[in-house]
Design a protein around this ligand. Structure first.
Ligand code: NAD
Length: 296
């Protein structure tokens, strides 16, 4: 792996974190977004991230100054990618937006550039042709709060070149990630392939009144020494996201229809959207699953 210049396309929730983490580890990073106003917002969020890096990683002022020196901002795609060894795409999770982005990118990126998508739910094979370079295209999936949840799922599609895949494994390590190589295209990668059925099983126990959320969490936490159970995890994901997924499947899945209705009246209407709003299945800060007595 001989990368020096990385372009991160899209500076939203995940993009600005990927850009900062990559620059923090010494790569030159071009941040690309649709206009200067959005880029200004990303810049402001980088200053907020500094506090997290100091608190969670003991980052020094020198390291943070170097990080800022490694970052540049672009609203012109050709300029943003002109020297790129790698483009990490973190534009919205909308197939039409992604397709349009890759069409434009394929026309202006140098031949050497590898393209990686951070998509959570779509498959790289969906976009392989439109990138114009299927062998140099794959998924590189990060988690929210990348600096502490530092893992990267690396997943090619059937025509991804093995050496490109291996370079991305090395790159992930170079930016402080635990690399998680995936050898076969899989919707949901590794983590969500396990997490989503687990969370649905927990919600099923609650909706069918088999038990209550705290008892379900206790069963999980006590058995595995886990710091969180499924309902604590749902609070972190956000009840609105859970509601939106339930709504999407409500027409065809009776459990999802009942879940949607219950979330609507008990959580959405009163504004209890989970950890960000201070109330979900637990109250924040200091949810009682963190108290010493919770498992006694
Ligand atoms: P977001 O909506 O917060 O940010 C998207 C950014 O892309 C915005 O800044 C927007 O201005 C920009 N954008 C829109 N059109 C663009 C274009 N044509 N070219 C360049 N930039 C454009 O989205 P997000 O939550 O950061 O998600 C981005 C990707 O990351 C998605 O594929 C998503 O599945 C994935 N992801 C998200 C999370 C998460 O927790 N949010 C976690 C892992 C992966």
């Amino acid at each position: 792996m001989n990368f020096k210049n990385v372009t991160v396309a899209g500076s939203g929730v995940l993009g600005y974190q990927i850009a900062f983490q990559t620059a923090f580890h010494g790569f030159k990073v071009s941040v690309y977004d649709i206009n200067d106003e959005v880029l200004g917002k990303a810049k402001a969020k980088f200053f907020e991230l500094c506090e997290c890096y100091k608190r969670d990683l003991n980052a020094t002022q020198d390291q943070l100054d170097n990080t800022f020196n490694n970052l540049s901002y672009h609203s012109n795609l050709a300029e943003a990618v002109k020297d790129a060894d790698l483009v990490i795409e973190a534009v919205p999770e909308d197939p039409a937006i992604k397709r349009d982005f890759y069409e434009k990118l394929s026309q202006v990126a140098p031949e050497k550039t590898i393209f990686a998508t951070n998509t959570s739910t779509l498959l790289p094979s969906e976009f392989a042709e439109v990138t114009g370079r299927p062998a140099k295209f794959l998924a590189l999936h990060f988690a929210n709060m990348i600096w502490v949840n530092n893992m990267a799922e690396i997943m090619g599609h059937a025509s991804t070149d093995l050496s490109v895949f291996n370079q991305l494994v090395e790159f992930s390590k170079a930016i402080g990630m635990l690399p998680l190589p995936i050898y076969k295209e899989q919707s949901g990668h590794l983590l969500n392939s396990m997490l989503v059925p687990f969370l649905i099983s927990a919600l099923d126990l609650w909706i069918n009144e088999v038990s209550d959320p705290q008892t379900v969490d206790k069963a999980w936490m006590k058995s595995f020494g886990s710091p969180k159970g499924p309902f604590a995890i749902l609070d972190i994901i956000g009840i609105n996201t859970v509601y939106n997924v339930a709504k999407l499947h409500a027409d065809t899945n009776p459990l999802m229809a009942r879940l949607m209705n219950r979330l609507q009246t008990e959580f959405i209407e009163p504004g209890h959207l989970g950890m960000p709003t201070g109330q979900g299945f637990y109250s924040y800060p200091n949810p009682n699953y963190e108290s010493k007595t919770f498992l006694q």
